[in-house]
Design a protein around this ligand. Sequence first.
Ligand code: ZN
Length: 596
Amino acid sequence: MREEASIRYRIRPADPNAHLFELELELDDPDPAGQRFALPAWIPGSYMIREFARHVMSIEARSGARRVALEKVDKHSWQAARCRGPLALRYRVYAWDLSVRGAHLDASHGFFNATSVFLRVLGREHDPCAVEILPPEDDAHADWRVATTLERAGARPWGFGGYRAADYDELIDHPVEMGRFALVEFEAAGVPHAVAITGQHDTDGERLARDLARICDAQVRLFEPRARKAPFGRYLFLTTVVGDGYGGLEHRSSTALLAARNDLPHRGMKGVPDGYRRFLGLASHEYFHAWLVKRIKPRAFTPYDLERENYTRLLWVFEGFTSYYDDLMLARSRVIGTDDYLKALAATVTSVAKAPGRRVQSVAESSFDAWTKYYRQDENSPNAIVSYYAKGALVALCLDLTIRERTGGRRSLDDAMRLLWRRHGRPGAPAPEGLAEDGFPALLEEATGVALADEIARWAHGTDELPLAELLARFGVALETKAGATRESMLGIRLASRQGEPSVASAYAGGPAQRAGVSAGDTIVALDGLRADDKSIKALLERRNAGDTVRLHVFRRDELLAFDVELGPMSADEASLRIDEKAPARVKRLRDGWIR
Ligand code: ZN
């Protein structure tokens, strides 16, 4: 441990089978009036109150050999009695959340975000801290290593031992993996990068390294076209592979990813299958955040208030634009072709078109209510909310295409990204306090010379449909929509399977089923007198037309109900995008400037 750090943490995977980390926190000079400690209520990047302190167990405080009284004062915080110091806390944290947001420990590996384990010393958030990461005690784990971008205090890379952070904000921005991960290493923009893969897998590491290096290079060039300098000294993709899973959380020089095993590339793999594109898109998304949201921030996040919700109406910029660029950078770095890019973009268009909530909530409202709506979805969510990710990406697309068209391809959304970076992100930037809530339209105009305040008001603060087809047509890309393969759209429901029985996951607002009285949660037992299962519902709807009435028997709780539902037309919300090869040279140039 480093001598000069007056706050010292020690973490040990004490009992992997009980999923318990053991923690020690030493403080030389606690607040003499009584030191307070707290765990964050949420983890930056994941906008939901998670109350991490609920997993803290058997906490006690000592000063030397003397016990110091420690009182829990609210759901996140503890108050120590008056004490001159030194003060040491000892506690355990239950870690059995296999997600990118929490902590997880068993005999195969350990993973933690500091927000789950390291108590914040209130009033001392700006003090440097030392961290000692200890290995499991038994010999069975002697081959475990550590993967994190926390600054190493000792010399041995990937080792247990001493680490440090300049302050609490830095401490909680470096997740830690320990175990027998595989390492895939590469260089991008002159900076060492690595992927640490945890879990059973058969990844073609060379292919992964080659593709990621190109994507990372392209992003560094986007923000720093001249200097080509990354804002970090190294970067780490902490990747946990599982049978089925998907998720990512951004940090300043690393990201924690959860991915499906079969989404990773295997030896001899041809092309870029959808699963691998999804994985690359996720990695690209979190990497882009190293600039947008980790360094360029909404003003509402500078600093983060870790005790409560941090409201901003700008997640459609910080998450939506990141979602726009994640797949676009795969195409621009030529890891995927234009056709594959348009396929991914069409999927985003479809996902927005499918949810009636886009007509009642704007992406600015969706950003503000992320804490209670986007992150806490229920059966009514398709009717009530719009994704600031998906629609935010389409707003970014509309802005980008409009700027490119009006400037003959001389300016683009890239210029706005660079101005955001120079003004709010880069070391020494003049306005590190971040983007003001109403600051984006003026910044966009300053960067591109194009005034788009009215469009932003309609597209981001209103619920108008986006002019996607018109704009794309001017770039020689045809947007077509047709009815998808899911026949249940004739009923106006989203089907789910509950213990093998079909049930109504959501009844779309104003749809045929809802009008007839069918409700989310109903179990469908019969359709026109015949027993219903996933297959028979589809088969029967194949043989019916819009305007026909079908009799639906459902159980609501344990009561049998019957409804006559007049079928609607299949909704034409399946989007596809096609390159117009006959577009004039000027249009092709615009298109190439955008995608290539
Ligand atoms: Zn994101």
